[in-house]
Design a binder for this molecule. Sequence first.
Ligand code: G1P
Length: 301
Amino acid sequence: MARPVRKAIFPVGGLGTRFLPATKAMPKEMLPIVDKPLIQYAVEEARAAGVEEFIFVTGRGKSAIEDHFDHSYELRDVLSSRGKSAELSLLEEMLLEPGQVAYIRQQEPLGLGHAVWCARHLVRDEPVAVLLADDLVMADVACLQQMVDAHGKVGGNMAAVMDVPLAHTQRYGILDVIDDDGRLARARGLVEKPKPEDAPSTLSIIGRYILDPAVFEELGRRETGAGGEIQLTDAMARTIDRVPFHGFRFAGTRFDCGNKAGFLEANIAFALQREDLGEVTQSILQRYAASAPAAPKTAAK
Ligand code: G1P
């Protein structure tokens, strides 16, 4: 039995240049899907999976994230003087307990592996989850909860995985699979962002991980990989002989909110699920489907 996952790291230091100008003065993790910021979905997912300590690895210009998870006394006063109890309880519910949240600065943008390594002193010697807020998963059972259940049985390193088109392997960490039961795929190697012709498979890592502490030691060697960055994928690959790696095929739909088309789709999909917005969203979509001009030739990036 693997040890329980009580801590989670949220790397939120990235610049978000794909969403300029929206992200010029606002962290990309604060972009909303309908009315909730991406980072809040990730925190709620971790909470639903039993996480008790939330570690944000931030950078310059990210203080809106700290404010978001803090009390807002002014807002609370205004809402209570106006009798807005639903909004008040919404704010209460999202607050994390005192001492449950920590913020660490990643002083230089040296890669995802480096961001995770920056949290090593808070994690110490236990398994830890990593959630990338850009990857949003809609699921009946929170994606991380599904992983925690599977991890309890196999331990080691684990990442959520899905098959992607061969042409997209250059966007992901890719598994070299030795054993696959359809749910768990054990890998003998991992390659960060290979060209399609070099990819060992099309099974790709998406932004949910459970890491064995051995990965921190490996990251401490500061070896660089794809793009000249310290890659989390490489550190997991280099420990694979001592620490087994499993890709976990989750039940649910993943939206790549790091690109505009995925972000738009997530907004539509989440709005359609909402009691207060589902119907109106559907009728908007029907209206546009009926009258939309032909799609422009160049797809949104
Ligand atoms: C990161 C990881 C990559 C993973 C991806 C999932 O890449 O390095 O292995 O497949 O997240 O979204 P990034 O998207 O930060 O370039």
